[in-house]
Design a protein around this ligand. Structure first.
Ligand code: AHM
Ligand code: MG
Length: 338
C-alpha cells in the first residue's frame, strides 16, 4: 500500500490557504471552485465512457439500467448547473447550452455573492474521435443587492470584472486550471484518490513562443491583416525565432492551454461569412482572456482588449486573439486600424 505524499496540495487545501490572505473572506469562492471541481469529476467519468456508447446504449436510447443516455454536453450542463444550484456560492448561471440565464431564486442562492457563466463541454464535435474537450467558466461578483434574486446585469459585466475564471481539460490526463487576480494554478486529477492535486503552480505564459494556432482552412476568408500575420509566422527565419509551428486541435481549451504553457498565439478571427467571429465572449473568450492576462499574456478582438468589451448579450460572439505578449504585439502591428 502506498502512503499519500503529504507534499501534494489538493485544490481544497490551496483555495482555503489563499482565503487566509483575505481576513473578510467568507469562503464562498473556495466553495464555488470546489463545486466546479466536483461536477468536472463527474463529467470526466462520462467523457471516459464516451467511446462505449455503442455498447452501453446510444444517445437518446434507454441503457441497461433503464436510464436515458444523454448527449454529453447536455449531461455536462446539468452537472455544472446542479452543483451550483445546490451549493451556497452561486445566485445564477449562464451556459452555452441554455437560451437564457437561470436565476436560482431561493433563500440561500439569493444571499450568494457570485454568478457563473460556463461552456460545459467545449469542442464537443471532437468527442467521437477521442480528441480532448473541455469546460470553460467565468465567475463574477453580483452587482445586485444580496438578499434578492440575481439580475441580468450581474451577468453582463465586462471581463475585467471577473473574480475568477478557469477551465478543465478532459484529455490524456484531466486538469483543472483556474485564475484569480493573484495568479494562475493548475491541478491534475489523481484518479486513484479522486483528488485535484497541484501540478502547475503559478503558471506564467512565456513572453514569446513558436506556436501559432489558427484554422488555416479559413485563410482566404480572413481580413488582409490576419493573412499578413499568418504569412509572417510561416516566413520566420532562425534569426527571428523561427520557423514557427502551426498547431490547431480545434478544441480551444487544449489549443490555448498548450500555448499558455509553451508560449504561442491562438486566433479565431472574424471571417467573411462570420463577421462577428465564432467564439462566444462571455464563456469562451473572457475566461481565457482573464487567465492568459493574469499569466502575463494578452487578449484582444483585433482592435480592443477583450476584457474591456461591454457585453450586451450572454451569447454574443467576438473575434479572438490570445497568447504570448510579444507575439500578440507583433500580430497587432499587422492588423488594420492599429
Ligand atoms: P463549440 O462551442 O461548438 O464546441 O465550438 C467552439 C470550438 C472551439 O473549441 C474551437 O477552437 C473552435 O470551435 C473550432 O472551430 P473551427 O472548427 O471552425 O476551427
Ligand atoms: Mg463552446
Amino acid at each position: 500500500m502506498s502512503l499519500i505524499n503529504r507534499r501534494v496540495q489538493t485544490l481544497d487545501e490551496f483555495t482555503i490557504q489563499q482565503m487566509r490572505n483575505f481576513p473578510n473572506a467568507t469562503g464562498e469562492l473556495s466553495g464555488l471552485l470546489r463545486d466546479m471541481g466536483l461536477a468536472a469529476k463527474r463529467v470526466n467519468v462520462e467523457v471516459n465512457k464516451a467511446g462505449l456508447v455503442d455498447i452501453l446504449g446510444d444517445y437518446g436510447t434507454v441503457n441497461v439500467q433503464g436510464e436515458e443516455v444523454k448527449k454529453l454536453d447536455v449531461y455536462a450542463n446539468e452537472q455544472f448547473m446542479g452543483v451550483l444550484r445546490h451549493g451556497i456560492s452561486c445566485a445564477g448561471i449562464g451556459s452555452e447550452e441554455l437560451d437564457d440565464v437561470v436565476i436560482f431564486d431561493d433563500e440561500i442562492s439569493n444571499n450568494s455573492k457570485y454568478v457563473c457563466l460556463f461552456d460545459p463541454l467545449d469542442g464537443s464535435a471532437n468527442i467521437d474521435v477521442n480528441v480532448s474537450i473541455g469546460t470553460i467558466f467565468s465567475v463574477y461578483r453580483r452587482v445586485s443587492p444580496l438578499g434578492s434574486p440575481a439580475t441580468k446585469e450581474d451577468f453582463l459585466q465586462p471581463g475585467i470584472k471577473q473574480v475568477a475564471a478557469g477551465y478543465v481539460i478532459y484529455g490524456s490526463s484531466t486538469i483543472l486550471v483556474y485564475a484569480t487576480r493573484r495568479g494562475v494554478n493548475g491541478f491534475t486529477l489523481d484518479p486513484s484518490i479522486g483528488e485535484w492535486t497541484m501540478s502547475h503552480p503559478d503558471i506564467i505564459c512565456p513572453p514569446t513562443g513558436k506556436i501559432f494556432s489558427v484554422n488555416h482552412g479559413n485563410f482566404f476568408k480572413y481580413d488582409e491583416g490576419v493573412r499578413r500575420y499568418i504569412n509572417a509566422c510561416q516566413m520566420k527565419d532562425k534569426a527571428s525565432g523561427g520557423p514557427y509551428t502551426q498547431r490547431y486541435i480545434g478544441s480551444m481549451v487544449s489549443d490555448v492551454h498548450r500555448n499558455l504553457i509553451k508560449g504561442g498565439i491562438f486566433m479565431y478571427p472574424n471571417t467573411s461569412d462570420k463577421p462577428g467571429g465564432k467564439l462566444r465572449l462571455m464563456y469562451e473568450c473572457n475566461p481565457f482572456a482573464f487567465i492568459v492576462e493574469v499569466a502575463g499574456g494578452l487578449a484582444t478582438d483585433g482592435h480592443q482588449r477583450i476584457l474591456e468589451l461591454q457585453p450586451t448579450d450572454v451569447h454574443q460572439r467576438t473575434p479572438f486573439f490570445v497568447g504570448s505578449k510579444l507575439m500578440m504585439e507583433e500580430m497587432q502591428t499587422h492588423y488594420p486600424g492599429n
